[in-house]
Write a protein that binds this ligand. Sequence first.
Ligand code: ZN
Ligand code: ZN
Length: 177
Amino acid sequence: MKNNLNTTYESFRKKPDSRNKQGYRRISQTDLYQQVVGFTCMHCKQLISSDPVLSGVNNRNHCPYCLASKHVDLIYSGDRMSACKSVMRPIGLSWKRTRNKYGSSLGELMIIHYCEGCGSLSINRIAADDDPDLIVNLFYATVELKSELRLLLDKARMLPLEKDQYLQMKACLYGKN
Ligand SMILES: [Zn+2]
Ligand SMILES: [Zn+2]
């Protein structure tokens, strides 16, 4: 029994230490390469360029062909500090909350990603070369979201699109280019 405990403790200690004291990963060469050059989609395996000229965004964080993402950011977009690294699935569309004092206009159209590894939720900007048909499909997925997920979105202060917001969604999507 005592031996077992020691072995467990030792094998735990010998794991390569890629995290700092707060438990966050250090930014590695691979992360930098992916941010500057490109990466292969974890889900559909397409090769994706990180060139902002193509995507229209500075931190491309999802695949334009299938919209899947990878859980790399911990606190804010582009920090790449999360140790999770699981696939994040697009589950719907949300409005970005804006501090509009009139409270009338809807914010930017965003994709809601759900992490299959840890259950984290995040909203991400739509890139210029994201497949628009997939975005429209996400509108229907949003309307059909299960109530458990709706509760989680509400807790995370996200604003999923409503059934009657199809035209607003289209205007945002095609008004962009
Ligand atoms: Zn993909
Ligand atoms: Zn995760």
